[in-house]
Write a protein that binds this ligand. Structure first.
Ligand SMILES: [Zn+2]
Length: 124
């Protein structure tokens, strides 16, 4: 069995649900949810409630740590490339980069499409 993860919600254990009540018969306590995976917050939270609690408590510090935006970003020809796909008449998947401003399309390989670090954008 794979290792279980803990929900990162700072108040997960304060939500009194049956599935959180754990421990030996005479000493049960409400505990942070533990599962093999979670659906929310990039696999870190058992619910949107726990995700929101985390953000309420740590969100400002996280934004300041990773860099708060102080100026609006601009969509330009240089950063408007988005990966997308379509199907041809033979039902084959065609992967393309489509520029949201110029509408130009450039072919992509499946590997490039799946590689999250591959980009032809030259600005943020
Ligand atoms: Zn939780």
């Amino acid at each position: 069995m794979s290792e279980l993860k803990l929900c990162q919600g700072p108040e997960c254990h304060q939500h009194q649900t049956k599935d959180r009540l754990k421990g030996p018969k005479d000493n049960k306590t409400y505990q942070t949810r533990r599962r093999s995976g979670f659906y929310y917050g990039n696999n870190n939270f058992c619910s949107t409630w726990c995700q929101a609690q985390w953000f309420n408590k740590f969100g400002d510090r996280a934004i300041d740590h990773f860099g708060r935006l102080t100026e609006p970003k601009h969509l330009t020809e240089q950063n408007a490339w988005q990966k997308t796909y379509d199907w041809n008449s033979n039902d084959e998947t065609l992967y393309v980069y489509r520029n949201g401003i110029t509408k130009e399309e450039r072919p992509l390989t499946k590997e490039q499409y799946n590689d999250t670090s591959y980009t032809i954008n030259t600005g943020e």
